[in-house]
Design a binder for this molecule. Structure first.
Ligand SMILES: NC(=O)c1ccc[n+]([C@@H]2O[C@H](COP(=O)([O-])OP(=O)(O)OC[C@H]3O[C@@H](n4cnc5c(N)ncnc54)[C@H](OP(=O)(O)O)[C@@H]3O)[C@@H](O)[C@H]2O)c1
Length: 278
């Protein structure tokens, strides 16, 4: 795998372009600051040809993004999208994984030198050093990462009326805001995005997995999907795809907004797509 961010990408849709560096591709892409339900909500996945975004590891019993799916150039674009965000949407499960040490990273922006330009970019835009964090959770069974709170980031949990008072109190005592915004068993995507808009956020990046993504798509609350499409088949019987949940009726249709081909000398060819809902 290469970490050479300067190796070019080539736009092939909607019209062919000249080779350009990967670095800055998403940082400089036009990105609206309002969406269909208020803030502009975007998500991002790296997916294989057979649709896997994560695999269950039979040896460790842990589900996650294995090295066969993860890619440093995709990670760079993930970080660029995070740099654009006022807030990140994550899940109770991600925070449990983080506590267990099996999550990919503490929520961005990466603190290493590879992402120093992104931290500088936020400073130049007058943005806080790190985006705030919105957690969707029905169970409230997670620990708020101390590192996020130490960074002065606002941590808001969106949950339901059914969530246990004791769990809500425990989180609030740690400095987390807990908002019960739905009466059913799960938080609806539309309610979540409206509350996020009321909190003053204009651009929100969903960095979580298939259940949260389903809630957003089902509610018509997603404004753009960034997809890194790896031309690799990994198999596996226990895996996640970009969405989990009840069948969508009607299905959600998307239109390709752009597609880049990665020209880096990879072992695996990959494409970077942006799709917008129809
Ligand atoms: N390849 C990629 O690009 C990519 C990207 C993201 C994630 N992943 C992988 O996908 C897998 C799953 O990720 P994930 O667990 O973060 O995502 P997820 O499946 O969207 O999140 C599941 C958790 O989120 C909470 N949740 C989801 N929807 C909710 C709703 N409508 N209302 C209330 N709570 C809701 C629940 O938390 P509670 O249980 O606390 O109630 C649930 O356990 C992981 O292995 C991750 O590494 C891969």
């Amino acid at each position: 795998m290469t970490t050479d961010y300067q190796a070019p990408v080539l736009r092939i849709l909607p019209d062919a372009g000249e080779p350009e560096p990967l670095q800055g591709l998403y940082l400089n892409a036009p990105l609206p600051d309002s969406g269909r339900l208020g803030p502009f909500v975007y998500g991002n996945f790296v997916t294989t040809l057979d649709g896997r975004i994560s695999l269950h590891d039979e040896e460790t019993g842990v589900e996650g993004v294995p090295p066969s799916i993860a890619d440093p150039r995709d990670w760079r674009l993930f970080q660029e999208l995070a740099a654009r965000a006022d807030a990140l949407i994550t899940s109770g499960r991600y925070l449990r994984d983080l506590k267990a040490g099996t999550a990919q990273d503490v929520l961005p922006l990466g603190t290493g030198p590879a992402f120093a330009d992104l931290r500088q970019w936020r400073q130049d835009q007058g943005l806080p050093a790190q985006p705030d964090v919105i957690v969707l959770s029905a169970s409230l069974e997670f620990e708020p990462p101390q590192q996020l709170l130490d960074q002065g980031r606002r941590l808001v949990v969106l949950t339901t009326e059914q969530a246990a008072d004791s769990q809500a109190r425990r989180l609030m005592e740690r400095g987390v805001e807990v908002r019960r915004i739905c009466s059913g068993p799960r938080v609806g995507g539309a309610e979540a995005v409206r509350v996020i808009g009321d909190l003053g956020y204009r651009r929100v990046y969903s960095v979580t997995g298939p259940w949260v993504f389903h809630s957003l798509v089902e509610a018509g609350a997603l404004d753009a999907l960034f997809l890194t499409w790896r031309q690799r088949i990994v198999g596996g019987q226990d895996f996640s795809t970009i969405t989990s949940g009840p069948q969508l009726r009607p299905p959600a249709d998307f239109r390709l907004h752009w597609m880049y081909r990665d020209l880096a000398p990879h072992s695996v060819e990959q494409f970077y797509l942006c799709l917008r809902p129809v």
